[in-house]
Ligand binder design. Structure first.
Ligand code: PLP
Length: 401
């Protein structure tokens, strides 16, 4: 008997939740996803802050096709000179402060975090890591160890030792906690999965100052906030506080898997000795992913997308003003809409999906839902999406949750 695609999904794909969205998508274009029957869904989350140019951007597809014709994988990371990888490293570092001069490419965000943590240990000779409550840095053992969501970690202990968690955004505890024993302070300059928590500049500057005083490396995790999501290429530019190590991924690859940690050349050389090959990867910096990434970066600039991000965020914020909305937290199009209860959020996300609009939850903030549409979404599509969300909000009064 023919099995449905849902049967195969349920039987042969490892689940991550008892309630997967289970939406079947056959193709995607611009800000729209289409199921096999041709029903359209407005993508208001961009694959969780990945598809910042929407789906099927012609320049990204062209770069991928051209690179596929030249070559796919050739050799493990760091041995051959490959122009797509070189060109991307050159383009990224030209757009970053001078200290962020050397890229180590990975396949994912979590791997960028793993590399950054190992780098900090190797450079400082210390093992203690300072992180923040509510943070999310990935699901591998090291990245999970430095993530601040206790409920996701307990089942997997023992994790990395020597990790301490501080309250995000508070200056008081920093002085005593960041010491000459600290290898790294790892922080999302805007916490994403904690529900878009935006600190004061003073907090990030205090981290920078304490790291300067103690010798610890300051790692910024911009895996979610980077590549234009907040209206700057990387969010740290809003505050002008520069990390020692910048981690990026998600939108970097323009829809293909790619991450990077970026630091001083002198620091990166630590991986070449005692032991040599101190950090290695087979696929990191895949040439097709790097070609897509460069095309993405260039399209963001050519289309002046960063200039439009704040206005689009403000449009959503205005459209969703409602007494039932407790708070809207956002920087550009990095956005959380908060309600009184998780049940209201469940209703809104499900209602939108049923009406062809895709919003999504956060890992560690059940009272809010996330919006992270493509940066080039049209105002007309945004208004349509907001109208669907408003319908869902207006229903809250008439249903019992
Ligand atoms: N760091 C942050 C801030 C993230 O949002 C994520 C993913 O959501 C990660 C790290 C992990 O990235 P990946 O899922 O590519 O391993």
């Amino acid at each position: 008997m023919a099995r449905s695609s849902r049967d195969i999904f349920d039987q042969h794909l490892a689940p991550t939740t008892p309630f997967p969205l289970g939406l079947e998508i056959a193709r995607a274009e611009g800000s729209w996803l289409y199921d096999p029957q041709g029903n359209a869904y407005l993508d208001l989350i961009a694959g969780v802050a990945v598809s910042n140019l929407g789906h099927g951007h012609p320049e990204v597809k062209k770069a991928i096709h051209e690179q596929v014709e030249r070559h796919l994988h050739l050799m493990v990371y760091g041995e051959y000179i490959q122009s797509p990888v070189n060109n991307l490293a050159d383009a990224l570092t030209q757009r970053l402060p001078a200290a962020l001069e050397t890229c180590y490419f990975t396949n994912s965000g979590a791997e960028a975090i793993e590399g950054a943590l190992k780098l900090a240990k190797r450079v400082t000779g210390c093992s203690e890591i300072i992180s923040f409550r509510g943070s999310y840095h990935g699901s591998t053992h090291g990245a999970l160890s430095v993530s601040g969501n206790e409920s996701k970690k307990q089942a997997f202990r023992p994790l990395l030792p020597d990790v301490r968690f501080l309250p995000f955004g508070q200056l008081g505890p920093l002085k005593g906690a960041i010491t000459e024993k600290t290898a790294a302070v790892i922080v999302e300059p805007i916490q994403g999965d904690a529900g878009i928590r935006i600190p004061d500049r003073a907090f990030l500057q205090a981290l920078r100052d304490r790291c300067n005083e103690s010798g610890a490396l300051l790692i910024f995790d911009e895996i979610q906030s980077g590549m234009g999501r907040t209206g700057e290429l990387f969010a740290f530019s809003h505050w002008g506080v520069v990390p020692d190590v910048l981690c990026t991924a998600k939108a970097l690859g323009g829809g293909l898997p790619l991450g990077a940690f970026i630091a001083r050349a002198a620091h990166m050389r630590a991986f070449t000795a005692y032991p040599m090959l101190g950090h290695i990867t087979t696929f990191g910096g895949n040439p097709v992913s790097c070609a897509a990434a460069l095309a993405t970066l260039e399209a963001i600039e050519r289309e002046a997308l960063l200039e439009g991000v704040e206005a689009k965020g403000a449009l959503i914020e205005r459209a969703l003003q409602d007494p039932r909305v407790k708070e809207i937290r956002r920087k550009g199009l990095f956005m959380a809409i908060e309600f009184a209860t998780p049940q209201e959020v469940q209703h809104i996300v499900q209602y939108c999906l049923a009406r062809g609009g895709h919003a999504f939850w956060f890992l560690s903030c059940p009272e809010s839902f996330r919006l992270a549409p493509p940066l080039n979404i049209s105002d007309a599509d945004l208004k349509h999406g907001c109208a669907v969300i408003r319908e869902a909000i207006e229903q809250l009064d008439s249903i019992s949750l």
